[in-house]
Ligand binder design. Structure first.
Ligand code: PLP
Length: 414
């Protein structure tokens, strides 16, 4: 048997061979496959095609930037105008006062940057035992060594010979602030560097925060000198109806990790926003100020930075963050209505992202496969949950049609 050269991501290869969906083009909220099928992108690819596919002006901006300066690195003394402009723009919209920006190539990269920085910071200020990173059950923080190690999705950590690729990781219950307090008690505050969470947990099954949860977590972080890191890779740039979910849920992170929505996927870009407390020692004049020895070849890439700037301009010009808030209300209504279905155990919405949790009568894999036959892309998540997170250019009717397609599949499965 011939097998494809492309080794797909997170795929059981024997099961996907012969069933692959080859996307050849995309426009707005729709994809076209090599068989000519037209599919509604009900997940905005992997939660990020927020301004929609195939925007001419995005292609134009990349073309213009490539003609002027396709790339130069930002190590040491080097910088470039687009990386400077993007960083200034991000600082101006960030929910952290006077932040600094580290640019990388994606979410997993930026998780590494954030967690290494947390440890580097504590080490520099003389708290050398502060190394442990605490994360939540069910969390997803990408698949580099740090993200794999802190993940609350056990299957992503299986088969590497040790439970954690990186030493010093701890997990606590998803909504359980008391478990965090107990972990601090057990390990001692002097050994914990940071707590990290997605404001709305995505891959773990779409879990918005419970009332009072983050207030308590932040109180514990403050009292115990633990850095609070918000992983806004999914929620950043409008997904929860505010530019950042940290504003919506009243979080005051020391570090925010972003990616995906910063370019709506038009460029491979991620980064971290860093609060003054953490960046200050690294910017102080003096021979002994520390160097944060981190960076990647494509940090500050001018083409992806130009794409991010244009994406942010489009979000603002077209009022798409406010539109995302409206779409959340439409989605919430539709999901409430489907809750009465025999095969639905619960639904959750936290921004314009929703999850439909199914009973054991039917699997989320089956439902998503059947929905594709009807022209709608959804995705199975942990906890037998179906993901819904379309682009912000979606119409109200398209939201209704998407949830309607899931309902028809469930009806047919009875
Ligand atoms: N953090 C969260 C919350 C994510 O959802 C993801 C990707 O889905 C990542 C980090 C990793 O981002 P990337 O896939 O760009 O490396």
């Amino acid at each position: 048997m011939t097998t494809p050269a492309l080794w797909s991501a997170q795929a059981h290869m024997p099961s996907v061979i012969g069933r692959q969906i080859n996307v050849v083009s995309a426009e707005g909220a729709y994809l076209t496959t090599d068989t000519g099928a037209r599919l509604f992108d009900g997940t905005a690819s992997l939660w990020y095609a927020n301004i929609g596919h195939g925007r001419e002006e995005m292609a134009q901006v990349a073309y213009e930037q490539m003609k002027t300066l396709e790339v130069y690195h930002v190590f040491g003394r080097y910088t470039n105008n687009r990386a400077i402009e993007l960083s200034e723009k991000l600082v101006s919209i960030a929910p952290i006062d006077d932040a600094k920006v580290i640019l990388n190539s994606g979410g997993s990269d930026s998780i590494d940057a954030a967690l290494k920085l947390a440890r580097r910071y504590w080490n520099h200020v003389g708290r050398t035992d502060k190394k442990v990173i605490v994360s939540r059950e069910g969390s997803y923080h990408g698949l580099h060594a740090y993200g794999t190690s802190i993940a609350g999705l056990d299957f992503n950590r299986e088969g590497y010979g040790t439970d954690s690729l990186v030493a010093g990781t701890e997990r606590v219950g998803m909504h359980d602030a008391a478990a965090f307090a107990a972990t601090i008690e057990r390990l001692g505050a002097e050994s914990i560097a940071a707590y990290i969470a997605e404001p709305v947990m995505g891959t773990g099954g779409v879990h918005p925060p419970q009332e009072g949860y983050f207030e308590e977590i932040q109180r514990l972080c403050r009292e115990n000198d633990i850095l609070f890191i918000a992983d806004e890779v999914i929620t950043g740039f409008g997904r929860t109806g505010e530019m950042f979910a940290s504003s919506r849920y009243k979080l005051q992170p020391d570090i925010i990790v972003f990616a995906k929505g910063v370019t709506s996927g038009y460029g491979a870009l991620g980064g971290t926003l860093v609060a003054p407390r953490v960046w200050h020692p690294f910017f102080e004049q003096g021979a002994d100020s520390p160097i944060y020895r981190h960076g990647t070849t494509y940090s500050g890439h001018p083409v992806t930075a130009a794409l991010a700037l244009k994406n942010l301009e489009i979000l603002e010009r077209e009022g798409l963050v406010a539109r995302s808030a409206e779409l959340e209300r439409v989605l919430a209504r539709e999901l409430k209505a489907i809750e009465s279905h025999d095969f639905v155990t619960s639904t959750r919405v936290g921004g314009f992202l929703g999850g439909i949790e199914l009973s054991s009568d039917v699997s989320a894999e089956f439902v998503t496969d059947q929905a594709i036959e009807q022209g709608f892309i959804t995705r199975p998540l942990r906890g037998n949950t179906v993901q819904i997170s379309p682009p912000f250019i979606t119409t109200d009717q398209e939201v209704r049609d998407l949830v309607g397609a899931v309902r028809r599949v469930l009806d047919a499965a009875k």
